[in-house]
Ligand binder design. Structure first.
Ligand code: FES
Ligand code: FES
Length: 375
């Protein structure tokens, strides 16, 4: 029987037929990995209490990518090859707190603490995906992903802004004064941390374990605890081959699975096919038109729109679309939510107010549906 393999804070785990199709990453982290620092509240991608950081090894020489996800939305079967970091993985009182944890504390950005792991993991992912080059504006703009019901957002925002490349020098001086009297023990040297490590040194002990590159993706087929069949396709042909085998009566293609936050799935179909590994569906090309892969995430689409708007005057209007996309959902949802997933949701629920549908319609986009012809 096939299984999916992944890491949580550097420790290897696997999941297979003992789980149901609706077992989420959040449930696995809390109940099976026994790491309860990751919280949950809304369970529909709205509050950010469940945010964790994910690193996926780059395929074929591509760079690894790091991004935040709402663990309450992600099916555990979709986590194959993922290197997941939770709040427990970035620092604690035994090994020393991560600088972002210390800053949140120093700025009094946490009261009951329920939202804090989610805020920290959102910010941690953002820092890693941007190589630490964040401006105050970038940080402020990222704040739609998390809710806090008791501290107030100003101290949280100030704590993270103190790590911006253009941070206010007065704030930095204040930080220096505070941190001088609250030193942490460096897990590497055993002495007080002087914040003097190079980036390379910091990455050696401070950041996520980076040894998951050699886990290979293989076709998966599993019968889950609730009798559903879970498949993982590595190319488009495999989707149709699987459907030819199991039938087209009751199936669903799964990528980010974020739509279940907007429209809960009452009853899952019999067959689920994970298509998040299919590179053909995540790429784009330009002829006279811009052709987008159906499985491009909203974040990938935004980055592409920005790049093209800045480099090609024919595509100036993509900046307008980018600005609107920046207001759709929030970062962890945009990191794994796909174009096709949003359009399928709109197709299945015409009353769903889809910004993606509206934008593509306004731009005169055309959707091409795949069709498989067996020979
Ligand atoms: Fe609220 Fe996941 S529990 S976003
Ligand atoms: Fe209590 Fe944010 S610190 S919810």
């Amino acid at each position: 029987m096939d299984r999916v393999y992944f890491k949580i804070n550097g420790k290897k785990y696997s999941a297979g037929g003992e789980f149901s199709v609706d077992t989420t990453l959040n449930e696995f982290i809390r109940r099976h990995a026994d790491q309860r620092g990751t919280k949950y509240m809304c369970l529909e991608g709205g509050c950010g209490a469940c945010v964790v950081s994910v690193r996926i090894p780059g395929a074929g020489g591509d760079e690894d990518s790091t991004f935040s996800v709402n663990s309450c939305l992600v099916a555990i079967m979709s986590c194959d090859n993922w290197d997941i970091t939770t709040i427990e993985g970035i620092g604690d009182r035994k090994v020393g707190y991560n600088i972002i944890q210390r800053r949140l504390n120093h700025f009094f950005g946490s009261q009951c603490g329920y939202c804090s792991p989610g805020f920290l993991m959102s910010f941690y992912s953002l820092l890693h995906s941007s190589d630490g080059h964040l401006t105050e504006k970038d940080i402020e703009n990222s704040f739609g992903s998390n809710l806090c019901r008791c501290t107030g957002y100003r101290p949280i925002l100030e704590a993270f802004k103190s790590l911006a490349v253009d941070a206010n020098p007065k704030v930095l001086q204040k930080i220096k004064d505070i941190e001088d009297i609250d030193q942490q023990i460096c897990p590497k040297s055993g002495k007080n941390c002087r914040d003097s490590c190079s980036d390379k040194e910091l990455q050696e002990w401070c950041l996520v374990n980076k040894n998951s590159k050699n886990i290979l993706s293989v076709p998966k087929q599993m019968t889950l605890a609730d009798g559903r069949l879970w498949f993982s396709a590595n190319n488009i042909a495999e989707i149709f081959e699987t459907l030819d085998k199991v039938g087209y009566d009751s199936y669903m293609l799964v990528a980010g699975n974020t739509s279940k936050g907007v429209r809960p799935i009452i009853s899952y179909p019999k067959v689920l096919i994970d298509i998040s590994n299919i590179k053909q569906l995540q790429s784009h090309y330009l002829d006279v038109n811009l052709v987008l892969g159906a499985n491009m995430t909203l974040t990938e689409t935004m980055l592409l729109f920005k790049e093209l708007a800045e480099s090609n005057e024919d595509f100036w209007y993509l900046q307008v679309l980018y600005n609107h996309l920046d207001r759709v959902a929030h970062i962890p949802v945009r990191n794994i939510g796909t174009l096709a997933g949003n359009l399928v949701l709109k197709n299945n629920h015409p009353d769903f107010q889809s910004d993606i549908f509206l934008l593509l319609d306004c731009a005169g986009a055309m959707v091409t549906l795949g069709k498989w012809i067996s020979i």
